[in-house]
Write a protein that binds this ligand. Structure first.
Ligand code: ADP
Ligand code: MG
Length: 716
């Protein structure tokens, strides 16, 4: 939709600009072209002051540099045409009261007929003989051309034509033209005053343009090359700010006093385990042992593929904390997983006299009260639960360690908030994750943490045999389900997420797929139960169910009461049902490889041989090729790398929260190279000047402070 209204906003007032502070503080509402209504709408975009506009970058650009003659104007495309008004505009009314203004224009090569709807006042705007540049969609009309509701500018006053035009993120009532006007003002007034945050050596070493040039060209690029320079510099700057902040967080923690726990080693713990830990598990435990006895605060990520045995490592952490007379809180993302951990930890630690309890939203009334009392008095040493663990009214006696399991949403900010639940000295923090993200990204997302990687599966696991099959194999596949169930095993059958209109899926990830049938899971389960497996017990579960119902189904499956479980990806994370040996994924081409790998990790957890069947109706060779990666490797990191390569930028993380400050220009996946450079530079900067207090680093420090403003403790 096209507004020529933009042109009537008129120029903004010339402002008196005195000191820099005053410039930065110009409120948009104080500009005469804006007014209270518009400024309210601008505020919705986070724009309250002129400096906000300077940092509100275009989403994309339109190349309107070429101005065509009538004859050359390309049909069906948006473009600029210069022509002279040839006659007085004609106003007419057509049926249903629609008013339209017709303007006939000409140039040396032909006729341009314009039609404007609902803008009868325009009949007074155009006078014969005036030259204009019109921007609109060109339709051929006999020997001439026509445009409907084009944007127009008088020759010599072009602002929106004859150049590369920025297109800004908009909201109702805020037109692009308004933002362009404001941006122009912001660039003129403020860009020259913005502090250069990049030290000279950084700009030289990484070939980065100057701040002022970058700000000018990101809004009003002279050329696409200039835009590229600007973008690269701003991305670098943003990633440098982020990585400096993370490096500072990490550095600070190393200076922190941490709770020093009694030195009970992993060897001592080993006798409690029903198995011999793998070397990788042992290494992770050694890392933890070192951290918690070092006198510094631990902030460690344990990353290990599904099934690599992270629970035992977490259990060691809980154990060593309890032996020092302190408490451990283990947080899981769902009640089901919390219950699972509760059972495991009670079995492991109970015999040593450690009291393990479970706290979820379902624990209510007197039971809850008693539990909270026991927690506050220190009688409970290990508390397992959901995020309820950190809700109001939950008081710990001496919280020594917080463990977060499989928790994507446990970001920097939450980690900071935890400190508040501890005493004087913040608790140690351990995060367990199976999300196999490439190492650079892991370092980024968990940039303030130390990382232990469990790159080994417990012995005796046979890799899950994986197959990619087409629709023609469906009956055989159902036959295979029967065989497995006949042998006493259980089956997962996963469909793409239940969703409406391609909205968000269950993880809040914007869907990449076209709208799916909302009833996919329920109707499919019904079909299977009635038509295909009338003699088997089929259950279903999806993310839109009440969590109580969901948990009931999952428990029934865990108890073996359901043989075939139809589900969405709600079972993706952490569920441990060793008797399940077959995973079937419908429409597998609609999932990312990493996600499929995670799903596959739900089987192959017991002693029975396990299988994963990826069903696809896609005939595209690339789609099948992609899926075949899973038949060739079980290495989660390799799969993640491949996923990133094949799916390209953006999709890898989707909207999934990672808890880092919001980025404006950079994108983790697509700007990997710049990310590596920025990390390198940040490390060098922070190594030489840990608090960035040297004069030439102060602007950067201020920028870091601004980005991490929700993490105020970063600098204390
Ligand atoms: P994840 O890393 O996915 O959380 P779990 O901790 O749930 O993995 O472990 C998966 C399964 O492997 C569990 O049943 C666990 O008892 C078993 N397991 C873990 N470590 C070992 C080991 N060293 N030897 C044998 N079995 C193990
Ligand atoms: Mg786990």
């Amino acid at each position: 939709m096209w507004y020529n209204e933009g042109l009537q906003i008129g120029g903004l007032p010339q402002m008196e600009v005195k000191g820099m502070e005053q410039r930065n503080n110009v409120a948009l509402s104080s500009l005469s072209g804006v007014g209270p209504v518009r400024s309210g709408k601008l505020a919705k975009l986070g724009l309250e002051r002129l400096s906000d506009v300077l940092w509100h970058f275009p989403l994309r650009y339109e190349d309107r540099r070429k101005v065509y003659t009538v004859r050359e104007a390309p049909e069906g495309q948006m473009c600029c045409v210069k022509a002279m008004v040839a006659q007085l505009p004609q106003l007419s009314r057509v049926r249903s009261g629609i008013e339209l203004v017709k303007v006939r224009c000409v140039d040396d090569t032909g006729v341009l007929n314009l039609t404007f709807f609902h803008q009868s006042y325009l009949r007074h705007t155009f006078s014969p003989g005036d030259q204009y540049v019109f921007y609109g969609k060109v339709e051929r009309q006999g020997r001439g051309i026509s445009m409907v509701n084009p944007l127009f500018e008088k020759e010599g006053e072009e602002k929106y034509t004859g150049r590369i035009v920025p297109v800004y993120p908009l909201t109702a009532g805020v037109h692009n033209a308004l933002l362009m006007n404001l941006a122009q003002l912001a660039v003129e007034q403020l860009a020259p005053t913005v502090e250069e945050v990049l030290p000279l050596w950084v700009r030289e070493e990484y070939h980065l343009c100057q701040q002022e040039f970058a700000l000018q060209n990101i809004h009003f690029p002279q050329s696409f090359e200039g835009l590229e320079w600007a973008r690269r510099r701003l991305i670098f700057e943003e990633l440098l700010t982020l990585t400096c902040g993370l490096a500072m967080l990490k550095g600070r923690r190393q200076h922190f006093d941490g709770l020093r726990l009694a030195p009970h080693s992993p060897e001592e713990f080993q006798s409690l385990l029903p198995f011999i830990p793998t070397d990788a598990q042992r290494r992770a435990m050694e890392d933890i042992f070192h951290d918690v006895t070092s006198g510094q605060s631990m902030n460690r990520l344990v990353q290990g593929d599904v099934g690599s045995g992270k629970t035992a490592v977490a259990a060691y952490g809980a154990w060593v904390t309890a032996l020092s007379g302190m408490q451990c809180a283990l947080m899981a993302p769902t009640e089901l997983l919390a219950e699972q951990h509760y059972r495991t930890l009670s079995t492991l630690l109970g015999p040593s006299g450690i009291r393990v309890e479970l706290l979820t939203g379902s624990v209510k009334g007197a039971g809850r009260k008693k539990l909270l009392q026991a927690l506050a008095s220190g009688d409970v040493q290990v508390l397992v639960g959901t995020h309820a663990l950190f809700s109001q009214g939950v008081e710990y006696h001496r919280l020594g360690l917080v463990i977060a399991d499989e928790q994507h949403r446990f970001g920097v900010a939450q980690r900071g908030a935890l400190a508040a639940k501890g005493g004087e000295i913040p608790p140690h923090v351990l995060v367990m994750s199976a999300t196999p993200i490439p190492r650079t990204l892991a370092l980024m997302i968990y940039g303030d943490m130390e990382v232990s990687i469990i790159d080994q599966l417990p012995p005796g696991r046979t890799p899950v045999s994986t197959y990619v099959v087409g629709e023609d194999k469906r009956q055989r596949m159902y036959g295979f389900v029967r065989t497995q169930v006949g042998q006493g095993r259980q089956v997962y059958l996963v469909c793409p997420a239940v969703e409406e209109n391609g909205g968000e899926d269950e993880e809040g990830q914007t869907s990449l797929f076209p709208a799916m049938d909302l009833k996919a899971v329920t109707t499919y389960a019904k079909h299977l139960q009635e038509q295909v497996f009338p003699d088997l017990k089929v259950g279903f579960v999806h993310g839109k169910m009440k969590s109580k119902d969901k948990e009931a189904i999952m428990s029934a499956f865990a108890a073996g009461e359901i043989q075939v479980l139809v589900s969405t990806t709600v079972i993706e994370v952490g569920v441990d049902v060793p008797n399940a040996t077959l995973m079937i994924v419908e429409n597998a081409d609609r999932f990312g490889l990493s996600q499929l790998h995670q799903l596959r990790g739900r089987v192959g957890r017991g002693k029975h041989e396990s299988y994963c069947v990826l069903v696809t109706a896609s005939r595209s060779e690339t789609a099948r090729q992609r899926l075949r990666v899973l038949t060739q490797t079980t290495d989660g990191f390799q799969i993640a790398q491949e996923d990133l390569r094949l799916r390209g930028p953006g999709d890898f993380f989707g909207q999934r929260q990672h808890g880092l400050p919001q980025l404006k220009v950079a994108d983790f996946a697509s700007d990997l190279e710049v990310l590596n450079q920025a990390r390198q530079a940040a490390q060098a900067l922070v190594d030489g000047d840990p608090d960035l207090t040297q004069a030439q680093h102060l602007p950067l420090r201020r920028r870091v402070e601004h980005m991490f403003r929700d993490n105020p403790d970063i600098f204390h």
